[in-house]
Design a protein around this ligand. Structure first.
Ligand SMILES: [Zn+2]
Ligand SMILES: [Zn+2]
Length: 177
């Protein structure tokens, strides 16, 4: 799930974007709040989610041109931007917030996809509805049930460097900057 990293003065904290629209305040003491209508006033920016059918959601940042919002260090002149992974959102005097679309590996029911998909580990077709993991880094699927734990069979995804431990947290945090 898309999320926002925010510095609270002591360290980075994470807010999941579980609501379709949230507002961010320039006041660093105020949390990210779910709202029903965009907040266009001074010292506030709104992030809204748009989703079309099965496609990945798109997150859009809105702010009044006078709100003083910056994106990756540049003013948000048009008042709107489709957010990209790791975008830095500057607002007032607070430390920039970071938007991230990184997903964690999780077991889900394998969806109906139209064409057969083969487990990246054992190369056998994955049955619809079978418990499986979609690698959050490369997108390949592996089965993951108690009797067939193909995803967690090795330390990393068979197709990329993504660790397979379910204890692994986010690979990217703002501390790397
Ligand atoms: Zn398998
Ligand atoms: Zn992978």
């Amino acid at each position: 799930m898309a999320h926002v990293w925010m510095h609270n003065g002591r360290g980075w904290t994470l807010t999941m974007l579980s609501a379709p629209r949230v507002v961010i305040h320039a006041d660093p003491r105020r949390a990210i709040e779910a709202v029903t209508t965009p907040q266009a006033g001074e010292g506030a920016a709104t992030i809204s989610r748009y989703r079309r059918a099965a496609e990945l959601p798109v997150w859009v940042l809105y702010a009044a041109p006078t709100a003083g919002v910056e994106i990756n260090g540049r003013p948000l002149w048009l008042g709107i931007r489709v957010l990209r992974d790791r975008d830095a959102i500057g607002l007032g005097e607070r430390m920039p917030l970071f938007f991230s679309t990184e997903e964690l590996a999780r077991v889900e029911s394998f969806p109906r996809l139209g064409t057969p998909v083969f487990c990246a580990r054992c190369k056998l077709p994955i049955a619809e509805g079978a418990p499986a993991v979609r690698c959050p880094n490369c997108g390949h699927w592996c089965e993951q049930s108690e009797t067939k734990a193909c995803w967690s069979y090795g330390p990393t995804c068979p197709m990329c460097e993504q660790p397979t431990s379910f204890e692994t947290g986010y690979r990217w945090t703002p501390e790397e900057l």
